[in-house]
Design a protein around this ligand. Sequence first.
Ligand code: UTP
Length: 290
Amino acid sequence: MRIRTAVFPVAGLGTRFLPATKTVPKEMLPVVDRPLIQYAVDEAIEAGCDTLVFVTNRYKHAVADYFDKAYELEQKLEKSGKSELLGLIRDVLPAHVRAVFVTQAEALGLGHAVLCARPVVGDAPFAVLLPDDLIWSRGRGALGQMVDLAGRSGASVVAVQDVPPEQTSSYGIVAAEAFAEGAGRIRAIVEKPRPEQAPSTLAVVGRYVLSARIFDHLASIRAGSGGEVQLTDAIAALLASEPVLAYRFAGRRFDCGSRIGLVEATIRYALDHEDLADEARAYMRAALSE
Ligand code: UTP
């Protein structure tokens, strides 16, 4: 099984980052020097994807502009011999990768956003990445690990991590069979259960490898939690006919849909940057003692 298509649902309203997200889409918020969307795109390309489907809304021109060619800027940098900077903006999307933009006319939920990508994805299994879940890892990226597992097992794969019991109502939560080598077959999945109703504390985070059968379920389910069409509900329906694995990926996830997550990610990635780490560390020490 080769996963060639990655879907990026980026049509949400990003209300937790208002007022910034009044004009800047959440996915364009930077961690150090790159927007969140770039980290997710790089992860998908590393996993072997070469068709990237961005599900956007009519206010998110910035996402399409970012992946477009910047003629004037490229010419200027070329003329002034700034080849390193030129490389940086050209590497936003390698030549073998194509970007497709699809509009979600109304923010009817994550499940609905994924369904909007159906005409591009077709019948093959595909990946979904939520760019506001930024996953830092030293080795193979989280999606690459999941694609490998999907290839070995032939099953759909959903990324999970353990969360504190009081946070279950912010996530899709799974009940899974015993884990072996990081993965366990999902028996049940529920969207945002209250702690006393949660089947476990294993939370779904924003990486999925899905069989195209998910589209049939997305097309037929009704709006669920929060009045939105939930991807979780379609996965619950998929479980009845196909195996879906929960996978505890190697890596650290930052919830960059929340302010503290973005702050933590900025610190983590700054400490990883060769030319920033020393200054960042020194500043953090100083700030803590102020
Ligand atoms: P969130 O639940 O984080 O919602 O969506 P949001 O609107 O982006 O942000 P807040 O909560 O208002 O701050 C999870 C993912 O699903 C996408 C979002 O863009 C994000 O990547 N999404 C959500 C859509 O593409 N369309 C929707 O209708 C809803």
